[in-house]
Design a protein around this ligand. Structure first.
Ligand code: SAH
Ligand code: SF4
Length: 390
């Protein structure tokens, strides 16, 4: 005879089995409803409740019949990641640390600017690439985020600004995949999440205002052609292969020429031809910030419709690199501008709360053993590197 199972265990098992509707596209939700024997058009109503009203409670979805609400309660849920902490910088930048399913922590940053608000989202817990200047890379890699965990970052940000209230206006106008992780290594979930961001039943953000930033995973970029038309940012950081391979190791596999050729094909495929790719270039003192690097960069990009975004390197523990001097930054920028490039300098935002580019660490249960190797090489203890934010 089998032992009777306790009610708590049955409840926990039922909880586990619930399907999270938060990351579902219109089509997926239609299929889900169909599989439940329900009318697929209900999907539109449910999506509006989730993404326009910020609702998680099926009981409050008043235009849905009571029997369907009961059914949904039984087998589905709307579950964003859990906020572990929230900090606001003196410049208004806000950073959330969020717990994902399981035990990884990720970070999301909101940057308010005149007339717009940019949300910088994470796509993975950690990152399997190991760019030498990036603190996320030093944490190693745990896993990909689900579409629900990516969309959940927008959902939570809007909720925390009370942006779901009628008439309050949307606080998040732009999304950039520049948080933790390499988005092209989490292809399907990132693509689904981007589609939902742009869908009017989701967040209705225009394709120009969703930016995918990549270090150059060429086969995945190739695969993206024709599947989406979001804005593209390429983390270049060096004007030649020798230097780039030191900073961005994936360059050894997919060198600059192959990467730029693929970028051209992506841009050529876009409907509106006047769009440009953003070239990101993190300036590190005495590494890639000399005038000859700027001249070489100008030459390299002469056939690429682009704007260049210079990012002063943000220092972090575990890195000996130094921030570029104002003088070198100015010179670098002028060389590019004199050659006709639209060149902007990313002002460092939120560094008092470690929310600046490359300072995001989260908490990664590293599967690559890389974090331990980096720490050992520097004679450091775990606590000195990963800030536990609880
Ligand atoms: N993996 C993707 C997106 C996340 S990184 C990518 O590499 O593009 C987002 C941006 O932050 C990239 O341009 C990256 O190069 C930059 N970055 C990483 N570490 C940095 C640091 N310490 N200082 C300044 N920028 C950094
Ligand atoms: Fe990963 Fe991007 Fe950091 Fe490189 S810069 S380690 S690709 S998150």
């Amino acid at each position: 005879m089998t032992e009777p199972t306790t009610p708590q265990i049955i409840d926990a098992a039922a909880e586990q089995a619930k399907v999270n509707l938060l990351g579902m596209s219109h089509n997926e939700l239609r299929q889900q409803l169909k599989a439940m024997g329900e009318k697929p058009f209900r999907a539109e109503q449910i999506l509006k409740w989730i993404h326009h009203e910020g609702m998680t409670d099926f009981d409050l979805m008043t235009n849905i019949s009571k029997p369907l609400r009961a059914k949904l309660k039984q087998c589905a849920e709307i579950r964003p990641p859990q906020i572990v902490s929230q900090e606001t910088s003196k410049d208004g930048t806000r950073k959330w640390v969020m717990r994902t399913d399981g035990d990884g922590l990720i970070e999301t940053v909101f940057i308010p600017e005149d007339g717009r608000g940019t949300l910088c989202v994470s796509s993975q817990v950690g990152c399997s690439l190991d760019c030498s200047f990036c603190s996320t890379g030093k944490q190693g890699f745990q896993r990909d985020l689900t579409a629900a965990e990516i969309i959940g970052q927008i959902w939570l940000a809007i909720k925390s600004f009370d942006g779901f209230k009628a008439g309050s206006g949307r606080s998040v106008t732009n999304v950039v995949f520049m948080g933790m992780g390499e988005p092209l290594l989490n292809f399907d979930n990132v693509l689904s999440a981007m589609n939902l961001m742009m869908d009017d039943l989701g967040y209705g953000i225009s394709k120009r205002r969703v930016t995918l930033s990549t270090s150059g995973v060429v086969p995945a970029l190739e695969k993206l052609i024709g599947k989406t038309d979001v804005s593209l940012a390429i983390s270049l950081h060096a004007p030649n292969d020798e230097l780039r391979s030191q900073l961005v190791p994936i360059n050894k596999k997919y060198p600059i020429k192959v990467l730029l050729d693929t970028v051209h094909r992506y841009m050529d495929d876009l409907q509106y031809k006047k769009r440009v790719v953003t070239i990101e270039y993190t300036l590190i003192s005495n590494v890639n910030d000399r005038p000859e690097h700027a001249y070489e960069l100008a030459q390299l990009l002469k056939n690429t419709p682009c704007k260049i975004n210079l990012i002063p390197f943000n220092p972090f523990a575990m890195s000996d690199y130094k921030k570029v001097s104002n003088k070198a930054l100015d010179k670098f920028r002028k060389i590019l501008q004199n050659d006709g490039y639209v060149t902007t300098v990313r002002t460092t935002r939120g560094d008092d709360i470690d929310a600046a580019c490359g300072q995001l660490v989260g908490d990664v249960k590293d599967k690559t053993k890389r974090a331990a190797r980096h720490r050992a090489a520097r004679g450091m203890e775990t606590e000195q590197v990963v800030k536990i934010v609880q």
